[in-house]
Write a protein that binds this ligand. Sequence first.
Ligand SMILES: Cc1cc2nc3c(=O)[nH]c(=O)nc-3n(C[C@H](O)[C@H](O)[C@H](O)COP(=O)(O)OP(=O)(O)OC[C@H]3O[C@@H](n4cnc5c(N)ncnc54)[C@H](O)[C@@H]3O)c2cc1C
Length: 291
Amino acid sequence: MLFGKLQGSVREGVPLAPYTWLQLGGPAKYFAEPSDVEQLQEIVRIANREGLSIRVLGGGSNILVRDKGFDGLVLHLSAPWFEKISIQGTSVQCGGGTRLAHLINACVGAGLGGLEHLVGIPGTVGGALHSNSSTDEGDIGSLMSQATLLTRKGEQVTVSAKDANFSHRRSSLDELLILDAAFELHSGDVRQLTKREQTFWIVKRSKQPNYPARSALAFVDLDGVSAVELLHRSGVNGMIEGNVQLNSTYPNYITANTGASADHVIKLLERAKEIVFKKTGFSLQPQLVVW
Ligand SMILES: Cc1cc2nc3c(=O)[nH]c(=O)nc-3n(C[C@H](O)[C@H](O)[C@H](O)COP(=O)(O)OP(=O)(O)OC[C@H]3O[C@@H](n4cnc5c(N)ncnc54)[C@H](O)[C@@H]3O)c2cc1C
């Protein structure tokens, strides 16, 4: 057995579809849910020794798994060790596997403001930092003070916000994974922060398909021009490929219907991108990370 005594934490042939928002795609050859960082490091060392490709799964809200699955190791930071939140004064530290929603609620409940505009963005803190999740009010990267990463060799390194090079929906946090992160927030009144969070939540919900709709964001906004506007100008809203559709009620979301495949999603995104380019001259980039 490849993972020896760790086999309780590493399963084989695990379907990935249930772990992603689109609920599409095939299985992972190996799927690991380590209980703590030592076990995680051991798993990474073995995977490296065996030459396995490694991917990190957060909340799966921004991942499309190909129909054939992933022929390597998927790491899932689902154990409580990776979801700890600690608050000291206006500084907050949390594990990379922490749900963004849990972090926001904990901060608001402790009278700490700054993150509440991100409410309603699905997924984990690790996923949000990796792609520098944002709203019109700002991005998560601007509040991060430092992060601990696990390198591809399985070593821990600390990086500052400056090293992370945050830009629109991007970071250079491209080491193997984000183990934990620290944020510097500001003190506020719990009741006012809660109200602010609720208001953002209501607005966000009105703009996106409700869970458990099998939906994901299609394209990243370009500098100065929104993907929604380009899709609208190109007349591609509502476009269908197989059993996948560019949602016309919630522009820039794709929705997978019964019988959908990952291949349908890939083809739909390619076709939409091509039409947008022909009609507007802008080259949209998919938001989804394809495995
Ligand atoms: C309904 C809906 C609404 C959305 N609204 C917004 C929005 O308003 N703003 C916005 O910016 N995005 C939005 N998104 C996109 C998505 O939710 C974010 O990108 C989210 O932060 C992804 O987090 P995740 O944990 O689900 O990551 P996943 O989808 O699991 O992974 C995404 C990428 O992050 C990497 N990753 C995950 N965890 C880690 C980790 N611990 N360390 C290193 N890398 C990691 C993965 O390897 C992958 O490359 C939305 C998506 C949906 C479906």
